[in-house]
Structures are given as C-alpha cells and as structure tokens.
Design a protein around this ligand. Sequence first.
Ligand SMILES: [Zn+2]
Length: 234
Amino acid sequence: MKITIVGNHCTWTKELSTSYILNDDTLIDVPQGSFKTLYNDYDLSKIENIFITHFHSDHFSDIHYVIDIFDKKQDKKLNILAPKGCKERMVQLFKILEVSYLEKYLDDNVTFYDCENGKTCKIGKYKIKIYKVTHKNLDAYGFVIDDGKVKIGFSGDSCMCNSLHKILKHSKAAFIDCASTHINNSHLTVDEVVSLQNEYKDVLLYPVHFSANSESAAQKTNLARTFPGQIIEI
Ligand SMILES: [Zn+2]
C-alpha cells in the first residue's frame, strides 16, 4: 500500500492536521485548512473514497471544498465511510457555508457507508474493519484497511483502549495518535505509543497528530519519524 501523509499534526501547531491518501485513490480525513494542500499538491480527480474517523473540525471541516471540486466533474462517483449521520451533517455544513447547491451532488453521486464497531465494510478494492475507539465521548473510529496486499491500521484520534489493541493485532503497520505528553481520555501520549511499540514489535508504528510538545518528545525516542508529504510504501 502506498500511504501519503498529507499532514501529521494536531490543530495547535503551524503544520497541517493529520490526514492521509492511500494508493492515490482514498482520502482519510479532511482537516480544516487541508484543502489548499490537497488541491495544489495532489490529484484529487483520482480520489474515489473518503474515510472520516470522526467529526471534529481537524478531521472533517474542509470536506465541502473537496465536494465542490467533484461537483464540477459531472458524474464523478464517490464513496464516503463515516460515523452515522454524515450526510445530514454535510447538508448542515453546506447551509452554514452558503453552498447548499452541493447537496444535489450528495444525492446523485455519493454512496454513504456508516461506521459501526466490529463491522467489516467492502468499498472498491478495500476491506475495512471498523473499530470504535475512545476519544472523549465521541462517535470516533479507527480502521484496519486491507487493499488486497497488506493490512494497515489507523487509530484516528484515540486514547488507550481495547480497540487500539485489536487494530494493532491485525495490522502490519499502523498510524497512531501521539498527540499528548500527559495521559488523558482523548489522545495517546508518547510514552504510551513507545510502550505499544515495545508490546507489538512486529507492527511498525508511525506516530502522528503531533502537538509541538509531543513531537519533540517523540524525537527523543526510537519511534519511526513522520512528516507532511511523506510517502510510505508497505
Ligand atoms: Zn478529535
């Protein structure tokens, strides 16, 4: 699988928030401010699927720009995998942002798939095993994505929880929340990611969603390095 890291930080940094492109055709998360980079540095016409981990703005709120690009390419079909209620949220977002004309594109061209804990979803060439993770009390998900060649894990935003262990047990490599330096109910800490890497020695962990503090702490460990624009072949 070819994984492009579009961004690997959290909101309170100068860098882009966390999102990825898989095999040039699947976008995971559409953070606020990401569209400028997506539009200028990547070929959005190749995108066939968008997977949304949860509805926080640093994972979702530039989605209307991507839809606007697709709306201009008539008959461009799109699959969206997201927590329940995604279409309704998008319609509300379009209304707030005065782009309600995009609603018709959703009706005519988008197939929505709902995230559900433990469900396996087949979308195009991908088999996605879906896990509800613990991120405050949000409806938030992580994935194990199989492209027919390899299974790669994505924690989304998550603190330490059982689903995280299940994701790592089934993945060859995993992109994992590493936003914090103190244990909390939203995100993983650098120390927790290091302990997971020691526990799952056969799974290469790529820490993402960095804050300034967690990034400098991670750089003092043996964890793999990640950066915006990085292309990883697994
Ligand atoms: Zn979040």
